[in-house]
Design a protein around this ligand. Structure first.
Ligand code: ADP
Ligand code: MG
Ligand code: MG
Length: 208
């Protein structure tokens, strides 16, 4: 279908939490190489808390604002306020509606990413979650603009996120804890770009 209903958007967040839980140890291993070995635990704690509130929301803005506030309050670490800002701004852009068509979903996600980038003062190739999200949203926009519909746009976004994540490996980190390592941060995949790719993997689930 070319709309995402409130239930489907809630399922997206539920599926994200499942994928984070399934990859918790992997995310922590990645963070142990260039950070402080807590990204898996941080994200698992936060997304599990988000899932407990999914049934409360009756509008898309309420769903995402609650998710964002819950992430800010429970993830801890640098990634909590960043993912939190993403979802809060996504909710503000979506507004008080009960479904989003492809362009509205892309606009809301873009507003969220803009908020995250402003908050983190991040640029592309700083070796962060932005390096997965930005190319993914560019792909989403491009495929929607070509008139191909939401499922194709989501598939393209997922592939672009994964490519962006993989491309963080050779980069030297310029933001966050990994930047303290300087050149030694090169050669390791960024944990935040890896969790961010799971957000797009969660969208490609046929149930979502
Ligand atoms: P902490 O580093 O505080 O322990 P996490 O381990 O949960 O927090 O998250 C680390 C991830 O946060 C990094 O892998 C990176 O993707 C992301 N990150 C760090 N700083 C920034 C920033 N300024 N902008 C965007 N993402 C960032
Ligand atoms: Mg960490
Ligand atoms: Mg930490």
């Amino acid at each position: 279908a070319d709309e995402l209903t409130l239930d489907q958007l809630a399922d997206w967040l539920r599926r994200f939490a499942e994928l984070i839980a399934a990859n918790k140890d992997y995310l922590t291993d990645l963070d142990s190489a260039i950070g402080d070995a807590d990204h898996g635990a941080n994200m698992a704690r936060g997304t599990a808390a988000v899932v407990t509130h999914l049934d409360d929301a009756t509008t898309v803005d309420a769903l995402f604002k609650k998710a964002g506030m819950t992430l800010v309050g429970t993830v801890g670490g640098t990634s909590g306020p960043l993912y939190g800002t993403l979802f809060m701004k996504m909710g503000m852009s979506a507004g008080s509606v009960t479904e989003l068509d492809g362009p509205a979903f892309a606009r809301a996600f873009r507003a969220g990413l803009d908020g995250l980038i402003a908050r983190g003062r991040t640029e592309l190739n700083d070796k962060t979650m932005v390096d997965a999200m930005a190319p993914a949203l560019d792909a989403l926009d491009a495929v929607l603009a070509a008139g191909s519909g939401l499922p194709a746009a989501i598939a393209a976004a997922q592939a672009a996120a994964a490519a962006g994540r993989d491309a963080t490996t050779p980069l030297v980190a310029r933001k966050g804890r990994a930047s303290y390592l300087g050149e030694r941060s090169a050669g390791h995949m960024d944990p935040g770009a890896t969790s961010a790719t799971l957000l797009f993997d969660a969208l490609t689930d046929p149930a979502a």
